[in-house]
Every structure is written in C-alpha cells, then in structure tokens.
Design a protein around this ligand. Sequence first.
Ligand code: 8IG
Length: 313
Amino acid sequence: MLRQQASSISYFKSIYDTEPTASFNKRTQGDRCHNGNMTPDATNYSDLASDATDEIRRRAGIPGVDIAVILGSGWASGVDQLGERIAALPLDELTGFSRPVVAGHGGEAILTNVAGRTVLAYTGRTHFYEGRGAHAVAHGVRTAAELGAKVLIVTNGCGGLDTSWNPGQVVVLRDHINLTGTTPLHGPMFIDMSTAYDPQLRQLIHEIEPALPEGVYAQFAGPAYETVAEVRMAGIMGATLVGMSTTLEVIAARACGLRVLGLSLVTNLAAGVTETKLDHAEVIAAGRKAGPRLAALLATTLERIAVTVNFDD
Ligand code: 8IG
C-alpha cells in the first residue's frame, strides 16, 4: 500500500498543482540565512562528556545511571510519571549542553529511580539543524554512556508516510536511514549497525502494547520540512517515518555499546502524503494531546526494562 503511494505520481499531483502563496513569494531570504557558526568545530566533546558526567554525579548525588531516555517532541510532558524524582538539572548549567531552541522542547536532565534503577531523562535535545555539529547532538548520549547507562530509549515526534497512521500514533523503530550526510564518529570506528534497534527491547515493548506498528525512520538534516519529492524518495528507500533527530544519537549510542529502543510519535503525515501543509503549532498540539498516553507507555516500558534487562553485562 505504501509502495504504491510512493510510486504513484498522481497521488502527489494535487500538492504540485497548488498555487504559490503570498508568503511563499515574499522575500524572507534575509531572515533565513543565519546559519549559525559554520567554522569547523574543534571542541573536544569527549572532555565535555567527562565534565558533564562529574557535574551530574555531584549535583544529583548519584554514582551513575542505568537507563537514559531522550524525550522528543510530544514525549516530555509526562516526565513526572517516570519514577521517583532524584534531581532536575537545567541543561544549560551542564557542560556541553545548551537549552533547546525550539518552542515545545524542554531543557532539563532529570534523574529518577525506577524499580531500583537510576534513569537519566533529557527533556529536550540538541538538533543537528542548530548548527553545533554532530558531536553536540551526540553529547547527551555520550554523557549517559559515561555515567554507565546500558540502555537508551530515544523518542521523537515525526512525520509518517503510512496513511493508516493518524496523528498520535506511536511507532517502534525497527531501523533507520541517516540522510544527514554526517556522523558523530570519526576515525576507524566500524560499528555494526545491523541490530541498531535492539530486537529484545522491541519484543519487550510489543509485549506491553502488541498493537504498536514498527517503522523505519529517515533523518533529514532539517530545519525545513521535506519537499514532496524528498518524502517520496524516503518512501522508495524504505522509510515510513521522516524527522530531524535520532539517527546520529543512535549511531553514537551503538558506538558506546548502548542497547537502543526507538519510539516515534507520528504528529503529522509527511509532506505530500496529504494535502494539508505542515504547521509547527499543529505538531505541538498533536504531541500535547498524546502526552498522557505516551507517559503511561514510557513508564510501563521503563519499569519492565528496569526489572528484566541485565545491567551487569
Ligand atoms: I514533529 O514531517 C515532525 N518533525 N523532517 N518531517 C520532519 N520532521 C518532522 C516532521 C516531518 N514532523
């Protein structure tokens, strides 16, 4: 069904036929050309992760963590339900982190206890489109790994290509396609990515919610949403979800040996899959509405991981 849509030009024709709007024609170039610092980033992120690790240990009064969670668009609202709170540290007070720039994205490192395991949940992330480079994107994962995390739950809000998915649908990641053209790794780090999304963790969440579908997530660099042709391309390549996060973090996580569970919230159908234009406010609204359901799913999943995963490996 999806393949047919991806290869059916007429399905997308209505979008191509739309007249350019006034705002499309307006000269907004000046506002859009501030791409941030484009100089090569010589920052040593490995030192930054060590510093952040020390700060989190000291300020939260914990020896380390077991599970890391990155809460993406729509996922952070239920963070209070994820175990007993140990500490909440503003990200901009921790070395190497910055407060997320996007409305609707929070900005704290929250430490909790879930069934005797320590959880580090980030309510917000650095996106690649902020221009701080792939290392800044991976910094939270590397800090969690240095704190001893063995499992990463990475979540996002994204666009869906499967028309049977309505806004609010949760999809378990089976695989990804990194379309950013970059990586957080440098040097001879030939990391196996064939089971990037841990089969046992996928099994575990399917036991909690058997109806959850699986998907393949394609990360675009952003910050513009995809063109209709780019969404078609992603579909032909085998993607069923498109977004602007996750794959660089997962590459870094696999390099650190973390087991990864990826969860997407479909907040909108991707460009060209329907005739409606993408609107950031709608995206936020869909996330907010799904919040309580996501929090319950995450809480149950965390508990199950805390009691079943072997953290001594
Ligand atoms: I939420 O449709 C959200 N994030 N690239 N495309 C991309 N990112 C997204 C989308 C989308 N929706």
